[in-house]
Design a protein around this ligand. Structure first.
Ligand SMILES: Cc1cc2nc3c(=O)[nH]c(=O)nc-3n(C[C@H](O)[C@H](O)[C@H](O)COP(=O)(O)OP(=O)(O)OC[C@H]3O[C@@H](n4cnc5c(N)ncnc54)[C@H](O)[C@@H]3O)c2cc1C
Length: 462
């Protein structure tokens, strides 16, 4: 009998389990391992604030690829939304907490199904500290020097907390003024100082953090630094379907080829007062294929020259949240800086942040009461702190892709590739760990498909 260990019970790991249960015809056993008490929510769908919204509209957030209205139908059944217009709900950005409740219900249904099929599910509220191949299967070591043996293992570890940026005074990262995990409510809580808050990073998590700080009563200035200081874009043209670029996309292409195609179409739509988003959205379903066709050199060029631009175009926020951010900038409550962090010094009741301001071409120093890291999940396994994946990397069980932004794996079978370039046919990964292999491997619409395909693959294995 297959005994499948799933390390990480966020959206990815949970949806693999859901499909294993739904599609299994033979008896299987599932061992779900995650330090969190909940199954399904992970980092994204267990936010501390109900004001933290999905960045994708309701009608595109079904957990099931083949049942596109699943989330929308579920929302319509909830008391609070029964009188709301279905079309409005379909196009709106609902709270991520609500999405977490939806995933709770998906998991509850799956566990009922499992009972009727006599599938045993164990939830170990633990952290995996090491993995090891032994004669009988894969040994998963738990934090308390205990271990469990499984026949198949899915690594669904998703979003790691952000890595620390290089500064001279690394001791600062132990300071009480520093918050490395922006998704933890602590990062915005108990702020007694009236000094500004300094946020490293200028993306969606920065926006959530500002909302969190305001919710806790913080009203003073906020500084945010990022390499380019780009403006976060709002979702402006939802519903505009642009197909022209994709119709012209050749089977074989280069980074330069896509860029010139993109620029050609951007010029065209700008004449009608539109911006790049409909083009970006039209490319989205093809990005994995395009990424896989690029050479190593092209991928590196993309990472150094275009990654940030793509990120801004891709990660947009609801219009009303964008208006809120703009208002903060106009009233000088939010300062977005393009630049680089130099150092941070800690004092008794505050800290000094030294940074280079690209726009003003000068080094600046500001006095702040707190520093919050919103640079996004760390993707280089070598930089993870005390994580079994770092050990697995050092042992050669897993390897990194050429860009060191994920785990090297087969994008069809999800099998992890070891240091001898062999597919490990009982060890799998998906989600954010496939970033280097697929580039876009983050959002629900990508993960739900991966989870279903991986579950089918495991069930079909001899
Ligand atoms: C703040 C945020 C908001 C987002 N909003 C959206 C959105 O609105 N729409 C969208 O489509 N996508 C969104 N995303 C993208 C998001 O990454 C995916 O939608 C999805 O939540 C990822 O799920 P996951 O299971 O792969 O990872 P995670 O949710 O990160 O789950 C990974 C799990 O692995 C566990 N884990 C890690 N290490 C170990 C270990 N050693 N042992 C055991 N367990 C371990 C963690 O505890 C965690 O629960 C968001 C991402 C973030 C970070």
């Amino acid at each position: 009998m297959k005994k499948i260990g799933i390390i990480g019970c966020g959206f990815s790991g949970t949806m693999v389990a859901v499909h294993l249960i739904n599609k299994s015809k033979d008896p299987i056993e599932l061992v779900m391992i995650d330090p969190s008490s909940s199954i399904g929510r992970g980092i994204a769908y267990a936010p501390y604030s109900s004001k933290h919204l999905l960045n994708v509209i309701t009608e595109k957030m079904s957990a099931f690829k083949k049942s596109t209205d699943h989330f929308l139908d579920w929302v319509m059944q909830q008391k609070a939304f029964q009188d709301t217009d279905r079309n409005i709900l379909a196009q709106s950005f609902l709270p991520r907490q609500l999405y977490g409740s939806y995933l709770d219900s998906v998991w509850k249904d799956a566990t009922e199904d499992a009972k009727s099929k006599h599938i045993k599910i164990t939830h170990l509220q633990h952290k995996i500290t090491d993995i090891e191949f032994v004669e009988q299967g894969i040994k998963l070591h738990l934090a308390e020097s205990d271990s469990i043996l499984v026949s198949h293992c899915v690594i669904a570890t998703g979003n790691h907390q952000p890595g620390n940026l290089k500064i001279s005074n690394t001791a600062f990262y132990e300071s009480e003024f520093y918050y490395q995990n922006p998704w933890n409510e602590e990062a915005v809580s108990n702020l007694e100082s009236t000094l500004p808050v300094f946020i490293i990073g200028n993306g969606l998590t920065m926006v959530d953090t500002i909302i969190g700080l305001h919710e806790k009563g913080f009203t003073n200035e906020i500084y945010s630094i990022s390499t380019n200081g780009f403006n976060i874009l709002p979702h402006r043209h939802t519903g505009v379907l642009y197909k022209k670029l994709i119709e012209e996309l050749p089977k074989e292409t280069t980074l330069l080829g896509i860029l010139s195609l993109f620029n050609k179409h951007l010029k065209k739509i700008r004449k009608f007062g539109l911006s790049a988003e409909p083009i970006i959205d039209s490319i989205r379903p093809f990005t994995q294929k395009i990424w896989q066709s690029l050479s190593e050199k092209e991928k590196k060029v993309f990472m150094s020259k275009l990654r940030h631009l793509w990120g801004v175009a891709r990660h947009r926020i609801p219009l009303h949240i964008h208006d809120y951010m703009q208002q903060l900038r106009i009233t000088q409550k939010l300062h977005i800086i393009a630049g680089t962090l130099i150092d941070i010094e800690e004092n008794e009741s505050f800290c000094y942040v030294n940074f280079y301001d690209k726009k003003q071409n000068i080094e600046r120093r500001i006095k702040v009461g707190r520093v919050i890291n919103c640079t996004g999940p760390e993707t280089n396994l070598q930089k993870l702190q005390h994580h079994f994946l770092k050990k697995a990397l050092n042992k050669g069980i897993v390897t990194q892709d050429v860009l060191n932004i994920g785990i090297n794996a087969d994008p069809i079978t999800f099998e992890v590739i070891n240091k001898d370039a062999q597919n490990l046919n009982h060890l799998f990964t998906l989600g954010g760990n496939l970033k280097g292999v697929l580039w876009e491997s983050t959002a629900v619409n990508e993960l739900r498909d991966q989870a279903e395909r991986l579950a089918l693959h495991i069930l079909e294995m001899k």
